[in-house]
Design a protein around this ligand. Structure first.
Ligand SMILES: [Co+2]
Length: 184
């Protein structure tokens, strides 16, 4: 795959269709500026600022843009909140739709056929395999992403974290927690 990408890139550059500097800028953008750390900052802000959380749940794009995270593959984002009664799990059964501005590029397993089918058929089983099983008293809600709507899970703030700063809280949040396969 790496060789094929390199060959394709060389050909496009040779034919003058793309500028190598522009390609470098795009790769740098996705490696360093877009990624799950953005989403983690959104989650930490929601945990520490109730007014922001209310805005986030009402209009995710506008609230997320307050932190400066905008861009393609996130035109209509919806934030779904985990509670003591409900765990949310995000999938794209059709392909691999994913909220790039807050999570970056999707992990390989998110794009795999087994995840895409099993997340719907057996969400509890999938979550258990990721390591944080859901109790029988907790409802699991599955959200199927599309090119139009991309979901971000707002995990529950862990108990005993009242004294932690927003920055330290953000470091607790994982990519999988925001997809819903992990609890945090
Ligand atoms: Co898709």
């Amino acid at each position: 795959m790496a060789l094929r990408v390199k060959a394709l890139e060389s050909l496009l550059v040779e034919k003058g269709l793309v500028d190598p500097a522009a390609l470098d800028a795009i790769v740098d953008h996705f490696e360093t500026k877009v990624g799950p750390r953005n989403g983690a900052r959104v989650v930490a802000r929601a945990w520490t600022d109730p007014a922001f959380k209310a805005r986030l749940l009402a209009d995710a794009n506008a609230a997320i843009a307050e932190l400066g995270y905008t861009g393609g593959q996130g035109d209509h984002m919806v934030v779904v909140e985990n509670t003591a009664q409900r765990r949310n799990l995000v999938v794209c059964t059709l392909c691999s739709c994913y909220p790039w501005p807050v999570l970056g590029l999707p992990p390989v397993w998110y794009k795999s056929a087994p995840y895409r089918s099993r997340a719907v058929i057996d969400p509890r089983g999938v979550i258990a395999e990721f390591g944080t099983p859901v109790g029988n008293d907790v409802e699991v809600q599955v959200w199927d992403s599309t090119a139009e709507i991309r979901y971000l899970v707002l995990p529950q703030r862990p108990a005993g974290t009242d004294a932690l700063s927003e920055e330290v809280l953000a470091a607790l949040v994982t990519r999988d927690g925001m997809i819903g396969t992990a609890s945090l």
